[in-house]
Design a binder for this molecule. Structure first.
Ligand code: BF8
Ligand code: SF4
Length: 653
């Protein structure tokens, strides 16, 4: 058993007390986790933190001296602005590539399902027709599989076409935005081409113009938004069905002592769908092994996907993933891709938990690997579920810590579900009640709280605090990713949390909810995984189109209070390209260049070129969640004022 080197484990790590109990237990047992490892390196490298460390060639690494002291250029002559912009673009590439792979795998899965050589069938037929119509595919008289194949081929075309704009961009973007992107030369042609071009331009001896590099970041934002988020969500809805309202539970009480517990972790829901299916089918085998049945719980975004479509309860967001194992009750953790800490394996070795990797390019030394492919998905899922059942009798009962507390949460708020709820108030014009609430000021604006939990942050605190501040001020809050876990765990996705809403927002949520047969809509709406940030984007586009304005004009903001991932940065950049203000609560590693900081963060009235001038929104870096919410609220009121809506800033004019 490894020895923990954390001697300060009395320090708090999470707003969720259950994880503090497990952290304490891990420390006492000498088990290292990300929280204890973070404390071993309390101060991050100042050069990396400022974005001035360059490792793009073997003449380096080079680093720019901070505060004007020391060398101001790398050996090749790249200055701090170029190095910082280039490093930022490198992070964007990493984030976009992950989402693009997610999209590509889903497109291939749809193609294989349509051609009949896979274990999947198309469940979201209505969505298929809708997407096909948007892509200009003729559907009359065609079989569902034929249409599915045409849609899949259109998606794959977005990885190979050599001219024009990506199909998924023209499918979802407003024309005014496309015109602007074309004018700036940042419209992506195909996903792989843009990623490859971006890797090239960041390499030594290529792009050395910080403005051009930052425009390259915007292209990556568009690749991510359309080729990663929208493409993945659309195709997953076609394959697995559009999410509908579900009620489920969060917190560690979802892990059941008497059950075979299987955690699904990662992002691409192809395998998780089958794990859920086979866990139900094989429950008799679990009973024969002495368990009461099989219990699947979710971690990170695979968890969000299973919650949205099947009501699977959620055990953990990113930062506490290792601690779930420390309950001593997890028979298997099935991982696919992204946000999987390598540290889970060492923790699992202290218990009976089996870590099972499933993709040929995502393995962890020491863990079990079960290869997954869509044509053998049923077989892989059965093998995995049976491995979990076989582990149940291996539990060490001395090492079990069980929790009884769970928090109820509503989820499943696809745009289709939101429109359905709204249509109970106005059948002919479902968006109208929402628009009326925004224009009258009953709802001041819309905020998407997105992104991660971060081991270096006090878990859930930033996400929950920003949400509560915005709710109090009558902002409609939607959430995705691990942020949604934070909000759900702290009663912001059930009716108890309505007490945090301002009066007029609460009135709107109740009116819509009651018309739809609920006591109310919950205070915040769970819209899904990180790729499902396509859903808030589509909601904003629908509202903007209906108001006859651009998305950039709306009183809408994005907030990423506890992010850790380059994926969250590139999602934010997608929203920035659409003119939406984006807050990050974690250092985006650009402070080493005043120029880059100014371009990203300065307002339209400031000197020089900046994002707000070009697109209409800016990046807001603020660590303090209360201050961050105040800035976002002001931005919302500024946009209301510019739109001619009632604004709290009117009196200041
Ligand atoms: O894709 S929110 S920690 S799990 S990166 Fe990762 Fe961040 Fe969670 Fe979902 Ni998104
Ligand atoms: Fe140094 Fe330039 Fe090489 Fe970067 S690319 S490591 S700055 S020589």
């Amino acid at each position: 058993m490894p020895k923990t080197q954390d001697h300060t484990h009395t320090q708090r790590i999470s707003l969720d007390h259950d994880f503090e109990v497990l952290y304490e237990k891990a420390c006492e047992a000498g088990i290292d986790t990300a929280f204890s490892r973070a404390k071993q390196t309390p101060v991050p490298c100042p050069f990396g933190s400022a974005g001035v460390c360059c490792r793009h060639c073997l003449e380096g690494p080079c680093r720019i001296g901070l505060n004007g002291k020391g060398p101001q250029e790398g050996i090749c002559g790249a200055n701090g602005d170029t190095i910082v912009a280039r490093n930022l673009l490198t992070m964007m590439i990493e984030g976009a590539a992950g989402h693009a792979e997610h999209g590509r795998e889903t497109a291939l899965a749809l193609l294989e399902a349509s051609e009949g050589h896979s274990d999947y069938q198309i469940k979201g037929v209505e969505k298929l027709y809708q997407v096909a119509a948007g892509l200009g595919i003729e559907t009359n008289g065609k079989a569902v599989e034929d249409i599915g194949k045409q849609v899949a081929l259109k998606a794959l075309e977005d990885f190979q076409k050599q001219a024009g704009a990506m199909n998924w961009l023209t499918l979802h973007a407003q024309q005014q935005s496309i015109d602007k992107w074309d004018e700036l030369g940042i419209t992506p042609v195909n996903i792989h081409l843009e990623i490859s071009k971006a890797v090239t331009r960041t390499s030594m001896g290529c792009d050395a113009d910080p403005i051009n590099l930052l425009l390259g970041c915007l292209t990556m934002g568009l690749v991510d938004g359309f080729g990663g988020l929208h493409l993945s969500s659309d195709l997953q809805d076609i394959l697995f069905g559009v999410p509908k309202l579900v009620k489920s539970n969060f917190r560690l009480g979802v892990i059941k002592k008497e059950m075979v517990n299987i955690a699904v972790h990662g992002h691409v829901p192809l395998l998780s769908e089958k794990i859920v299916e086979w866990s139900r089918k094989l429950s008799e085998e679990a009973k024969a092994a002495g368990a009461a049945g099989i219990n699947v719980v979710g971690i990170c975004c695979s968890g969000n996907e299973m919650l949205m479509r099947h009501g699977i309860p959620a055990a953990s967001s990113f930062s506490s993933q290792e601690l779930v194992i420390v309950t001593g009750m997890l028979e298997a953790m099935i991982v696919d891709v992204q946000c999987i800490m390598p540290g889970i394996q060492k923790v699992a070795e202290c218990y009976h938990t089996e870590i099972i990797t499933t993709l040929p390019y995502v393995k962890i030394a020491g863990s079990t690997h079960v290869n997954f492919h869509t044509d053998k998905a049923d077989k892989a899922a059965q093998d995995i579920v049976r491995k979990a059942i076989a582990n149940f009798p291996k539990r060490d009962h001395q090492k079990i810590t069980s929790f009884t507390g769970t928090v109820e949460a509503y989820a499943g708020f696809s745009n289709e579900q939101i429109i359905e709820a709204l249509s109970a108030l106005n059948k002919e014009d479902p968006l109208k009640p929402l628009l009326d609430a925004i224009t009258s000021g009953a709802i001041r604006g819309v905020a998407a709280i997105v992104g991660c939990t971060n081991v270096r942050e006090f878990q859930d605190w930033g996400n929950v605090t920003v949400a509560k501040e915005l709710l109090k001020n009558n902002v409609l809050v939607v959430a995705t990713g691990c942020s949604a876990h934070s909000l759900a765990k702290h009663n912001l996705m059930n009716m108890q949390g309505l007490e945090y809403c301002g009066e007029s927002l609460r009135g709107v949520l109740k009116a819509i909810g009651q018309a739809a047969g609920l006591e109310s809509l919950p205070p915040t709406l769970h819209m899904g995984s990180c790729v499902d940030n396509s859903r808030p984007a589509d909601l904003l586009t629908a509202v903007a189109n209906r108001l006859g304005v651009e998305v950039k004009d709306l009183p809408a903001v994005g907030s990423c209070p506890e992010t850790h991932s380059p994926k969250a940065l590139v999602i934010g950049t997608y929203f920035l390209a659409n003119g939406v203000d984006v807050h990050v609560g974690v250092n985006p590693q650009v402070s080493g260049s005043q120029f880059v900081t100014d371009v990203l963060c300065n307002g339209a009235k400031d000197d020089g070129l900046n994002l707000e001038k070009l697109f209409g929104g800016k990046l807001i870096y603020e660590k303090d969640p209360v201050k961050a919410a105040a800035i976002l609220l002001r931005r919302i009121e500024e946009k209301r004022l510019a739109l001619g809506l009632s604004s709290k800033l009117e009196s200041a004019i």
